[in-house]
Design a protein around this ligand. Structure first.
Ligand code: NAD
Ligand code: MG
Length: 295
């Protein structure tokens, strides 16, 4: 069946209830049931990013893995970042893409650390011979419905991973980015519609939208575009690693589609925002949420 055949999006992928499952953060794609679809079998590249060189944070699993597969199949050379405990997931992505003749380098480390962010960019530039694409997908999420028990340590972890890293990575990348380069952030519908048990996470996701809108204007005179993807509920290890089993079993049920999205349903949007085909698109957010409104 052709990838471009008309299909009913409601029936494309598994629906809840799912088997109850929990993991420890950051979680692994390989431990999920059913296994998420990152476009391994379906994404067809058209050579839209030949010669591009990019960093993808969170590229080991979930939405970042789908972005990495799509960007790579379009021709981009990639450096993938993730936490060291996710090495097995990351190697699965690298092995798949390297078998297809692509260049993929693995640069594990913690982006909530300022110095690591700067080192990550320098090592990526050295490995790839330059940089024009900064795709920031990594994110930290914890659930806690009681503000009185939220620790400064956990709030800090969410803020540094989700927001500070955007500053540090962009600062380090900018000296290397020529006109035509682009930056893509990853927000969430949580940024506009916060769940009561995700105060700090939702705050960071709102901040990412604001960061994207402001930075797009700041970098427009340099010919560098800045855009964002705001996902709704997507079937990734972030969920079993930050919610209880019962919640995971019904994940995505509330979306108008009645199911969560699969990472594979986001890869093409990252490609679009990086590709020169979206040359007049900057400061934009693409919501990918199965009919859930963005606000
Ligand atoms: P995921 O667990 O597959 O990806 C998150 C990644 O973040 C991890 O793989 C990990 O490599 C990375 N990460 C976390 N903390 C890090 C740190 N300190 N240093 C380096 N890397 C770190 O889950 P996902 O759902 O694909 O998440 C990707 C992005 O999508 C996140 O920003 C998340 O907030 C966003 N998002 C997800 C959903 C959803 O329902 N899954 C919805 C909206 C937004
Ligand atoms: Mg992961």
């Amino acid at each position: 069946m052709s990838h471009y055949e008309k299909k009913n999006p409601l029936d494309l992928y598994p629906k809840p209830p799912f088997p109850e499952q929990e993991q420890q953060l950051p979680g692994l794609a390989r431990k999920m049931t059913p296994r998420p679809d990152h476009g391994e079998e379906s994404y067809v590249g058209l050579g839209r990013l030949k010669g591009f060189r990019g960093i993808v944070t969170g590229g080991d699993s979930g939405i970042g893995r789908a972005a990495a597969i799509a960007l790579s199949r379009e021709g981009a050379d990639l450096a993938l970042n993730y936490l060291p405990s996710e090495q097995a997931d990351a190697e699965e992505v690298r092995d798949l893409l390297v078998r297809e003749g692509r260049k993929v380098v693995l640069l594990p480390g913690d982006i909530s650390d300022e110095q690591f962010c700067r080192d990550l960019v320098e090592r990526a530039v050295a490995e790839l011979g330059g940089l024009d694409t900064l795709v920031m997908v990594a994110g930290h999420q914890e659930s806690n419905g009681d503000i009185t028990t939220m620790t400064t340590e956990s709030i800090d972890q969410t803020m540094k991973t989700n927001v500070y890293s955007l500053f540090w990575l962009t600062q380090a990348a900018l000296p290397h980015l020529e006109p035509g380069s682009s930056i893509v952030t990853t927000g969430s519908i949580q940024g506009a519609e916060p769940s009561p048990d995700k105060l700090d996470y939702a705050l960071t996701k709102g901040a990412i939208g604001v960061f994207t809108a402001g930075l797009a204007q700041q970098l427009a005179p340099k010919g560098i575009r800045v855009n964002s993807i705001a996902p709704g509920p997507i079937w990734t290890p972030l969920q079993p690693a930050s919610s209880d089993g019962e919640t995971v079993a019904h994940f995505g049920e509330q979306a108008p589609y009645g199911r969560p999205g699969q990472p594979a349903e986001l890869g093409a949007a990252y490609v679009h925002l990086v590709s020169p085909e979206s040359s007049y698109t900057s400061g934009a957010t693409i919501t990918i949420a199965g009919g859930t409104p963005a606000f």
